[in-house]
Design a protein around this ligand. Structure first.
Ligand code: ADP
Ligand code: MG
Length: 690
């Protein structure tokens, strides 16, 4: 058994809890140790029973004199105990925990932590945390007690016990940082740090432990970026595309567009074409806000690949998005003789033979020129796992790249011989973060929106104005023949039946609110055909309002929609809200975003209010980083878990320092096999989409 042992293999209990633990990101034994407490309950004040004060949070240690269940009316139960030490005794009460009388028996030495209350001149301990003392050591009471992120059926108390057990197996924990690094940076060693982050003697110690773990987290991340970069650079050569030879064709394509490219788009195209001309495969990230026009940039790259006789693939994380891309690319490139094919989980790979048959009927010439079954494949993950056969894949484009794991990106690229890679993202990433996690990529930024776009007017709507807002939406829709999105709150991290049920319920409710309008419902559990229908109905204005779970976040383009109403907006990060807001404001009409929340928390309201005045994604992302920390940067809806567990992307100093150290050590890496293993672990981690 070691820290890599999957929890399911470690014990029967863990196996039973497997899927719950998975929700917390705990897959192997080591993950328990890196499940970091988000706070500590301070139960370190230990008092004799005779000295307790009302209102004070203390720990007492004593012997159980008596413990019994009492039943009240309505079958509620009450557990009453008397605990004594050499200075006196005290009454302890719990409610509805009948099992306690089985756990604790008269004569047991126990430790209790909680608040002392004064009830009719008598001190009482009400619902304290408890534990029976063995070996004089306590983990749930009498100290700084770690409190962890929990999930249904997995409590902090349970987690604490597991962590304690694993920490006890000292030989499991192997230091992976070089000793010199630890010394020079005055870091705690791994064993001490893990011990102290979970069971610190005081808060300073916990802080010191956190420093060490944050250091190693960023350090290893930096190393893994360097490793990826090196791997890419040492990869054998790819294809160099002809560019100037096709200048005229590219110009013709641009002239046919219904708009002129923005300067940012022109610059990105130039950078991409320069990459494609080289023999070293391109590895470029195209970052641009929702609506900044990434698709057409990608289309140009794919057109160039086509002109050079190569196939391209465009992969998107959802079927809706893949279908939309398919239509866009088909419209842009179809007329130029490019054969675009859609692959989603429903589609079977085309038989090359059949396709050639069709070609013979249609166009003899292209058959001779082009023996490929398609020029551009557009699709979802299906493209990775499906037996789609590429004859000469020259360019891979991945949209919303953060939704794909490194491994998935590698698999799709492996379908060709070192094809060029263009990844795209709309997630506004602060520079510091980009430099840390995408340091191995070249970056093209679309930092300019197509002209004529109006800012989406945004309001945080107080609950009492809900009815008024509904009325306004209805008027606005009928006055301008426009359409609206209503985004249901997401209840769970990923789309589950719970979310779907809630959305369906809200849908029924909204039908009553808007009796004159036609509503559609979109959620992730619909079959792809159904999704397509719902979306097409909305696009073709057969429905006025699209009620949706946050799945619509990922790029759909409905220029006629001018209103987006977002429920429980406090659950989203600002950058994410901004992305949702980007669903509207795509046409030339004034658009609106209405944010709802039941939160009364001042900080939350202030955070949401900033959506009214800030309309730049990157700025909102920076603000998110400052207000909520990087954990929420990408929002829970997109990423089940955040990328960093301990460190913080806003910690510029540490990012710089670890980068410097990573550079120093990178060339001697083979000397540190355990560290190499850690880096591999990171670089193989896949983000599971949907
Ligand atoms: P995103 O960057 O979010 O993927 P899209 O590529 O979907 O953005 O583009 C959003 C919309 O803007 C599309 O309808 C597209 O046709 C349009 N568009 C793209 N570039 C321009 C431009 N330079 N001028 C005007 N409209 C543009
Ligand atoms: Mg897009």
């Amino acid at each position: 058994m070691n820290l890599q042992t999957p929890v399911r293999d470690a014990s029967r209990a863990y196996k039973m809890y497997g899927s719950r633990l998975e929700k917390l990101g705990i897959r192997n034994l080591g993950d328990f140790l890196f499940h970091i407490p988000f706070r500590y309950d301070d139960y370190s004040l230990i008092s004799k029973i005779g000295n307790v004060q009302a209102g004070e949070t203390v720990t007492i240690k004593g012997t159980i004199e008596k413990i019994a269940n009492q039943y009240t009316r309505k079958w509620k139960s009450l557990q009453k105990a008397i605990v004594k030490d050499d200075t006196g005794n005290i009454e302890v009460l719990w409610f509805n925990q009948a099992f306690l009388t089985r756990v604790m028996k008269k004569g047991d030495l126990i430790s209790l932590s909680g608040k002392v209350e004064l009830d009719r001149n008598k001190f009482t301990f009400v619902s304290p945390d408890y534990e029976i003392i063995f070996n004089n050591e306590t983990i749930h009471t009498g100290r700084l007690v770690p409190v962890y992120p929990e999930t249904k059926g997995i409590s902090s108390k349970w987690l604490r016990r597991q962590v304690y057990k694993i920490l006890d197996e000292k030989e499991l924990i192997q230091e992976y940082l070089p000793e010199s690094l630890i010394e020079e940076n005055q870091l705690m060693n791994l064993n001490d740090a893990l011990q102290a982050i979970h069971f610190p003697q005081n808060l300073e110690q916990a802080e010191k432990a956190k420093q060490r773990l944050a250091f190693e987290e960023l350090f290893i991340l930096q190393l893994s970026t360097l490793a990826r970069k090196k791997e890419w650079e040492s990869a054998s050569l790819g294809y160099s595309f002809l560019i100037t030879a096709f200048d005229k064709k590219i110009d013709e394509f641009l002239k046919k567009l219904p708009f002129e490219l923005t300067n940012a788009q022109k610059k990105a195209v130039k950078e991409i074409l320069a990459d494609l001309e080289r023999e070293r495969p391109m590895n470029r990230l195209l970052e641009g806000e929702v609506g900044s026009g990434k698709t057409v940039v990608a289309a140009i790259a794919m057109y160039v690949a086509f002109l050079n006789g190569f196939q391209s693939v465009l992969m998107a994380p959802t079927e809706i998005l893949a279908q939309q891309h398919y239509r866009t690319i088909q419209k842009l490139l179809g007329p130029l003789g490019v054969n675009v094919q859609l692959f989603t989980s429903g589609t079977k790979p085309p038989k090359i033979k059949d396709y050639r048959l069709k070609i013979t009927e249609k166009n003899q010439k292209s058959k001779i020129r082009n023996q490929k079954s398609f020029d551009i494949a557009v699709g979802t993950h299906t493209l990775i796992y499906n037996k789609v056969k590429f004859e000469n894949l020259g360019l891979v484009v991945i949209d919303e790249q953060q939704r794909f794991g490194v491994e998935q990106r590698a698999i799709i690229r492996s379908k060709g011989r070192n094809p060029h890679l263009l990844t795209m993202t709309a997630t506004p990433i602060p520079r510091t973060v980009a430099l840390t996690i995408y340091g191995d990529l070249d970056l093209s930024l679309l930092d300019e929106m197509p002209i004529g776009r109006k800012k989406v007017k945004t309001w945080l709507v107080p609950p009492e104005k809900r009815t008024g807002a509904y009325e306004w939406i209805e008027k606005e829709i009928s006055k301008h023949q426009s359409q609206a999105f209503i985004i249901c709150p997401f209840i769970e991290e990923s789309e589950t039946m719970v979310t779907v049920k809630a959305a369906a319920k809200e849908f029924e409710n909204l039908k009553k609110v808007f009796p004159k309008l036609k509503l559609g419902l979109l959620h992730g559990k619909l079959k792809s055909k159904e999704k397509e229908t719902v979306l097409m109905n909305f696009k073709n204005k057969k429905t006025d309002i699209l009620v949706a779970t946050p799945v619509v976040e990922v790029g759909i383009d409905i220029p006629n929609a001018t209103i987006i109403m977002i429920e429980a907006s406090e659950r989203f990060g600002l950058a994410q809200l901004h992305q949702l807001r980007g669903r509207v404001g795509r046409g030339d009409k004034q658009s609106y975003c209405l944010l709802f929340t039941d939160s009364k928390n001042y900080a939350t309201l202030k955070r949401l209010k900033s959506m009214e005045s800030i309309h730049i994604g990157a700025e909102l992302a920076e603000l998110d980083l400052k207000l909520r920390g990087a954990g929420d940067l990408y929002g829970t809806a997109q990423h089940g878990r955040s990328m960093l567990k301990v460190a913080d992307f806003s910690d510029l100093n540490l990012i710089e320092k670890t980068k410097c150290e990573a550079n120093k050590i990178f060339n001697e890496l083979p000397k540190y096999p355990v560290l190499v293993g850690k880096i591999k672990e990171i670089n193989n981690k896949t983000v599971s989409p949907d």
